[in-house]
Write a protein that binds this ligand. Structure first.
Ligand code: ADP
Ligand code: MG
Length: 227
């Protein structure tokens, strides 16, 4: 489904949440285009709408107004099942708190997106998951459960899981927020290196100006408005 210039575009997007008696306008008339291979830092104070923007881009939620086009598909025109199929095919999501399955080993966590994609043999899924874990330097930890891994190692597993399908777009919501300086550098350089090797676009939410400066472009949200 290509032929479109952007892997993801937000066109005059508005999103509000009901909170008690009032509505919170989390995003106001946001337009943003992410080109193929582009790396974008998304910065802004807490509560400015960064996570909401990523959730909408991934089709986890739908906008109230405006349109969002992911890999040529207008998200509001798809049902929930089709959005999750599209998400799993196009996007690798890296969460701040890793979101690894605790009863799955590192290898099983990384294999999961490939199993959901379907159409591949177990042996091929295992080979690709092993190779993704090797790329993040965790070949020696494949049979460890998340609780047996350090925070930095868990986040590297989460990066391997996000990249194992070779997504066109990596969405990362403060992926280094819980990591120390050394692990932050490791995880970021991995994401950059793997994205440039596979030609993926990246949208990275960060509070860290130094981290933002390593991305190709920086966009800022303030009270739901993109500046
Ligand atoms: P950020 O990631 O920049 O900290 P968020 O996108 O999480 O900001 O939130 C933006 C605004 O929307 C905040 O005021 C937040 O409280 C509100 N919000 C986000 N998600 C929900 C929700 N599910 N229900 C109610 N309010 C929400
Ligand atoms: Mg957030």
């Amino acid at each position: 489904m290509s032929g479109c210039d952007y892997v993801l575009s937000f066109n005059s997007v508005g999103k509000s949440f009901r909170s008690g008696q009032s509505d919170i306008q989390a995003l106001k008339n946001v337009s943003l285009q992410i080109a193929a291979g582009e790396t974008v830092a998304l910065v802004g104070p807490s509560g400015s709408g960064k996570s909401t923007l990523l959730s909408l881009g991934a089709g986890l939620e739908l906008p109230d107004t405006g349109t969002i086009v992911l890999d040529g598909n207008e998200l509001s025109s798809l049902n929930e099942d089709d959005r999750s199929i599209l998400r799993n095919r196009v996007i690798g999501f890296v969460y701040q708190n890793f979101q690894l399955l605790p009863t799955f080993t590192a290898l099983e966590n990384v294999a999961l997106p490939l199993e959901i994609l379907g159409g591949a043999r177990f042996s091929s899924i295992r080979r690709r998951a092993l190779s993704a874990l090797e790329e993040v330097g965790l070949s020696a930890r494949i049979d460890h459960y998340p609780a047996q891994l350090s925070g930095g190692e868990q986040q590297r597993v989460a990066v391997a899981r996000a990249l194992v399908t070779h997504p066109k777009l990596i969405l990362a919501d403060e992926p280094t927020g819980n990591l120390d300086r050394a692990n932050t550098q490791t995880v970021l350089s991995l994401m950059r290196e793997l994205s440039s090797r596979h030609g993926a676009s990246v949208v990275l939410v960060t509070h860290d100006e130094e981290v933002a400066a390593t991305m190709g472009r920086k966009v800022q949200l303030r009270d739901g408005i993109l500046t």
